[in-house]
Design a binder for this molecule. Structure first.
Ligand code: ADP
Ligand code: ASP
Ligand code: MG
Length: 467
């Protein structure tokens, strides 16, 4: 249409002027290209769909939208993804799925009815129901949450619907195929000016559906942003950006204005679940910034996640995150430090048992390996026996119930006394430190505490640096 109008205007004799205007418009259109991902809470009901549409329509550069499945509408509500997993379990155990399946259908039908759009999903629902009864894969069933929601959103926005299975690819071993995905996504979206893409899943080489891990729609958003060379990847959620600590533990934590990719990975890996820790990888290739925004407060600037920045930020630390559910394996042996290859032998036992380690602090006669308690559970006896056989220690024991806290900040490398402040604040709060590990880049300090002290420890460190 734009091309036609250029030629129509040509007849006025103003050829070069109009062509230039057309090219400038086109240039601006291409130069500013935004990819948006809306999380489950932002697409939980019709009211939120309206807010989403307002955000998308307020800026023509907002062209590609990645949708999650409907999330919780209130605190004890159930996410559609969890309902789908539940349905799968019921079907798998040959129990009746009717009630849960009806609940899922109702979620979508309520949204459709309230928005007043013409969309009949009954055939799609029937296909999913039959798949459940014919034991189709668990991932396929879980992925239908985003598939259906993206269809509803595309219809409501008047955008094209593009199924992620056609351009998000996994390898035979289940790993993500970044290059094949990028080529296919770029090619497909080059034919669509405005599109909605379901998050969370893609396809295996044989065409079956595979999902990312939970929260994986964030990764799809990043994949799309890379493929279309977006100027920014806006990740819309229910908080006004990345906060310095988990808002479910610290009351009204301070927001983070700017955070680097590396800091974000440290924090999200350690439990700051606002963005999936792997969502950084696709955008990292083209250094596309991510902006975390609040769907319920679009006027807030949110947090910018950038490749690098000279801005140190308001506080010495950027944020704190933590998780419970860790165990330590401590190995004691005199003169351990002089024994060549001992560390390797210990880690080899873990590797042979398929358990990865989180941290590996060591002393002159002791060595501690921190692992996930859940991963250790089944392999515990084999691992302890393997360590005894491989390194012949004087003593080896496991302690459970450990929480890890990550204090992260690009400013820590330049600020003196940060570790001392952390330890003093914990001592003053009566928290016993069980382990300390500082990353060599001085970007983070990891502290192990008793899981019962986790909340107190988080509060103490937060108050020391922020209040
Ligand atoms: P979405 O459904 O939009 O993907 P998520 O539930 O995955 O949203 O992530 C947002 C939630 O992450 C927030 O509601 C908040 O409870 C939690 N959260 C945990 N740590 C942080 C943090 N440091 N900053 C902000 N939110 C956090
Ligand atoms: N719906 C999926 C989940 O609940 C993916 C996502 O929300 O990002 O994990
Ligand atoms: Mg999420």
């Amino acid at each position: 249409m734009l091309i036609l109008s250029v030629f129509a205007l040509d007849k006025t004799g103003n050829i070069s002027y109009n062509i230039i205007i057309f090219l400038i418009r086109r240039f601006v259109f291409i130069m500013s290209l935004k990819v948006l991902k809306f999380g489950g809470s932002s697409l939980a009901d019709a009211e939120h769909f309206r807010q989403v549409a307002e955000i998308v329509k307020s800026d023509p550069a907002r062209r590609y939208v990645v949708a999650s499945a409907p999330g919780k509408r209130f605190s004890n509500d159930t996410k559609v993804t969890d309902l789908l997993y539940k349905c799968y379990e019921l079907a798998y155990n040959e129990e009746d799925i009717t009630d849960v399946f009806e609940e899922i259908k109702q979620r979508y039908n309520d949204i459709i009815a309230d928005l007043g759009i013409e969309l009949d999903l009954s055939e799609v629902f029937e296909k999913i129901r039959l798949s459940l009864l014919h034991s189709t894969g668990r991932d396929y069933i879980a992925s239908r949450g985003e598939y259906l929601n993206a269809m509803v959103l595309a219809k409501y926005l008047g955008f094209s619907f593009f199924d992620a299975k056609k351009a998000v690819f996994f390898n035979e071993d289940g790993s993500f195929n970044a290059e094949r995905t990028n080529d296919a996504m770029r090619e497909a979206l080059s034919h669509m000016e405005y599109a909605v893409i379901p998050g969370f899943y893609g396809s295996m080489p044989n065409g079956t559906i595979k999902t990312f891990s939970r929260g994986g729609s964030d990764i799809t958003g990043s994949i799309v942003a890379r493929a279309v060379s977006a100027t920014i990847y806006e990740n819309w959620t229910d908080v006004s950006g990345f906060l310095m600590a988990d808002p479910r533990i610290i009351d009204n934590p301070a927001p983070i204005k700017t955070i680097t990719y590396k800091e974000l990975r440290e924090l999200s890996y350690m439990g700051a679940t606002v963005l999936h820790e792997d969502a950084i990888f696709p955008v990292r290739y083209s250094k596309i910034p991510i902006n975390i925004r609040n769907t319920n407060r679009p006027e807030d600037n949110g947090t910018f996640i950038v490749p690098e920045t000279d801005d140190i930020g308001e506080h010495v630390i950027t944020g704190i995150a933590g998780r419970t559910g860790f165990s330590s394996i401590t190995i004691e042996k005199a003169m351990m430090n002089a024994e060549l290859g001992l560390g390797r032998k210990v880690l080899q036992v873990l590797e042979e048992n398929g358990v990865s380690f989180e941290h590996f602090p060591s002393g002159i006669d002791t060595m501690t390996v921190i692992v996930s308690t859940r991963a250790l559970q089944e392999k515990r006896a084999d691992i302890l026996a393997g360590i005894c056989k491989n390194v012949n220690p004087e003593n080896v024991f496991v302690e459970e119930n450990i929480a890890l806290l990550a204090v992260v900040g690009r400013g820590m490398v330049k600020a003196k006394g940060t570790a001392a402040r952390i330890f003093m604040s914990l001592a003053n709060a009566g928290v016993n430190i069980r382990m300390i590990d500082q990353g060599s880049s001085e970007l983070n300090i990891i502290i192990g505490v008793d899981a019962n002290d986790y909340v107190t420890a988080l509060g103490a460190i937060y108050n020391e640096f922020v209040k």
